[in-house]
Design a protein around this ligand. Structure first.
Ligand SMILES: Nc1ncnc2c1ncn2[C@@H]1O[C@H](COP(=O)(O)OP(=O)(O)OP(=O)(O)O)[C@@H](O)[C@H]1O
Length: 234
């Protein structure tokens, strides 16, 4: 579904991502792991067009989207849930959900999707008219993922869905991610929490200092020291 060839992201003199290539097949969940500052968010943001790629090619379902505007990438089926959730705290739960559907022109379908997420997460239903900023961290993450799904993506990029959440909530979030995969959604999940990310991953990439160090099945990282060595460059 997605092919990334030789992606490079620079911020002035800083090269955040260097010559990174990866692919994601239909229905796959691919995990992108790495320590702080490795270039994971920069990769996601280049895929959605929020930052410009200095070099490389991004191909979604056979179409080169490297120079396509973010909103057109969303229309083409690629959406991300950003790190830190970025829900609109002063807007209601309902308004946040509706904003996720900004690129759609089928009000009935939008309404049906909102109903689906309200049924899935009763707390969103109970707090439908309240400011989203009053939700707990875990509830905000559920809302952020639901909002992303409102654009009906075929590929969802999740940037650190576990960030700042209690371990029990993290397990619930990943249970939901596993459910999305079971429903056929294709996912790229960026995570620091390797154990959770690997629960449902078909393949995994490990990036450190902007460079891919490992690409392969999760079993290749089964030895904890394998991942640790990759992280510390051993
Ligand atoms: N807007 C920016 N301007 C300058 N440097 C940046 C910018 N955004 C990121 N960087 C730098 O690029 C590198 C990669 O950052 P990035 O946020 O992509 O890493 P990450 O793997 O997502 O890290 P984390 O897990 O801590 O979120 C880091 O050295 C970071 O300081």
């Amino acid at each position: 579904m997605l092919t990334v060839e030789n992606l490079t992201v620079r911020y002035g003199a800083v090269t955040a991502v260097r010559d990174l290539s990866l692919s994601i097949g239909h229905g796959e969940l691919v995990a992108l792991l790495g320590p702080n500052g490795a270039g994971k968010s920069s990769t996601i943001n280049a895929l959605t067009g929020l930052v410009d790629a200095a070099a490389g090619r991004i191909v979604l379902d056979g179409r080169d989207i490297s120079r396509t505007r973010t909103e057109d990438r969303i229309r083409a089926g690629l959406t991300s849930t950003p790190e830190g959730r970025h829900i609109f705290a002063n807007l209601t739960v309902a308004e946040n959900l509706r904003l996720g559907a900004a690129t759609r022109r089928d009000p009935k379908g939008v309404r049906a999707d909102i109903d689906r997420f309200l049924a899935l997460f009763p707390v969103l239903s109970q707090r439908y008219g309240q400011a989203a900023g009053t939700l707990s961290g875990g509830e905000q993450q559920m809302l952020a993922i639901s909002r992303s799904l409102m654009s009906r993506p075929k590929l969802l990029l999740l940037d650190e869905p576990s960030l700042g959440l209690a371990p029990k909530i993290v397990v619930q979030i990943f249970d939901f991610i596993g459910q999305l995969k079971a429903e056929g959604l294709t996912l790229l999940v960026v995570e620091q929490n390797a154990a959770q990310a690997l629960r449902f991953a078909d393949r995994v990439h490990v990036v450190t200092s902007g460079t891919l160090r490992y690409s392969g099945p999760p079993a290749g990282l089964a030895d904890e020291h394998g991942l640790l060595n990759l992280y510390i460059g051993g």
